[in-house]
Design a protein around this ligand. Structure first.
Ligand code: 1CP
Length: 333
């Protein structure tokens, strides 16, 4: 079986057209996903491998060029010993947020692969069902973004800063443990056959340059240096520090709207860029608006060293016909 379009593009090879997928493609914007998910507790649903596989494969019917596994960035700290519940409006919330050195000690930096055995089983099942037709993307949250959920602050960066200032040893220890665990987790999924992985540092784009260096960049570099063997994508939601992202060690950098795709390609010819169709056009525009935005992106992407994606995840209010237009236009239809 020849290598997948997405894998070839991620390696920088000449391709017939740029591949397309979307962050958060398996999600609540899709009525089929909502039907399968049917209000069950998020983490219990995820451990039900048959149904999690159905959720993972939902976007296949739209013609995407890759399938991202259905789990969450909090799945790993859950396996490390920190249970979460998904609360409406608040996102993943730990039953007992990490506060003290003792809380930290309860987080196992080397969880046994059986503790996330349902993710490994999901990967195996999804690969079997795809029969090689599409590549499978595994992912992890980067330590900074995952740590914000472990301490219970999420995207409230002011509250995260306060926690780090008041509990520097717990904060640094938490980032460290998450880094170690993330490397082990990704290496396991690579050995199990994941074709690509993406590291999501969604909230690190709100950090100042010094914080970014210590809390984001250092950990990206460490993880990307250790978990190798497949193409790697680094995503920071509207990340401002392109130069740092470009030197973290990932072959592919996911680009937001604050950067110009054609200019980024000229500045970093050795990299592959992913992005950067504006998510809000899918959420609020017409199918014709979406097609125009995709065509503009494909032109700026120059045909190679480009993976079509959004600047961030598909919003839950996105109309299905706009997602269809997104894929159709990326494929030149
Ligand atoms: O009921 C549901 O189904 C809840 C929605 C949901 C979904 C579909 C959550 C809760 N997690 C997921 C799965 C998920 N999460 C995937 C796999 C599916 C896919 O991408 O198609 C991925 C890659 C994630 C990653 C994730 N979770 C990120 C990074 C990406 C991003 O959007 O920036 C983050 C920040 C989270 C946290 C999270 N998980 C869920 C919620 C509601 C949130 C909070 C997000 C926020 O506050 O914006």
């Amino acid at each position: 079986m020849p290598d997948h379009l997405l894998v070839r593009a991620a390696r920088g090879e000449a391709v017939e057209r740029p591949p397309v997928w979307a962050m958060r493609q398996a999600g609540r914007w899709d009525p089929e996903f909502r039907r399968i998910r049917a209000g069950q507790d998020f983490y219990a649903f995820n451990e039900d491998v048959d149904r999690a596989a159905q959720a993972t494969l939902c976007p296949r019917r739209f013609g995407v060029d890759a399938i991202i596994l259905f789990y969450d960035i909090t799945t790993l700290p859950y396996a490390m010993g920190l249970p979460f519940a998904l609360k409406t409006g608040a996102g993943p919330t730990p039953d007992r947020p990490v506060r003290t050195p003792d809380d930290l000690k309860r987080l196992n930096p080397e969880p046994h692969p059986d503790s996330y055995g349902y993710i490994r089983a999901l990967l195996k099942k999804v690969k079997a069902e795809l029969g090689g037709a599409l590549p499978v993307i595994a992912f992890a949250g980067a330590p900074f973004t995952v740590a914000t959920y472990c301490i219970g602050t999420g995207k409230d960066v002011a509250a995260t800063r306060r926690f780090a200032a008041e509990n520097p040893a717990v904060w640094d220890g938490l980032l460290d443990r998450l880094s170690v665990a993330t490397v082990g987790f990704l290496k396991t999924l690579i050995a199990d056959g994941a074709d690509v992985y993406q590291l999501f540092d969604s909230w690190a784009g709100m950090l100042d340059a010094a914080e970014y260096e210590a809390w984001a960049q250092a950990h990206h570099a460490r993880i990307l240096a250790a978990a190798t063997g497949v193409p790697r994508v680094l995503f920071v939601k509207e990340g401002p520090y392109l130069d740092r992202m470009a030197s973290a060690g990932a072959e592919v950098v996911s680009l937001g709207r604050r950067h110009d795709l054609a200019a980024a390609r000229r500045a970093y010819p050795q990299l592959v860029f992913q992005g950067n169709v504006p998510e809000h056009v899918l959420r609020t525009g017409t199918p014709a608006d979406v097609e125009a935005a995709v065509r503009e992106c494909v032109a700026a992407g120059g045909g190679t060293r480009h993976i079509v994606n959004l600047n961030h995840g598909v919003d839950k209010s996105t109309p299905v016909e706009n997602f269809e237009a997104y894929i159709r236009a990326a494929k030149g239809g």
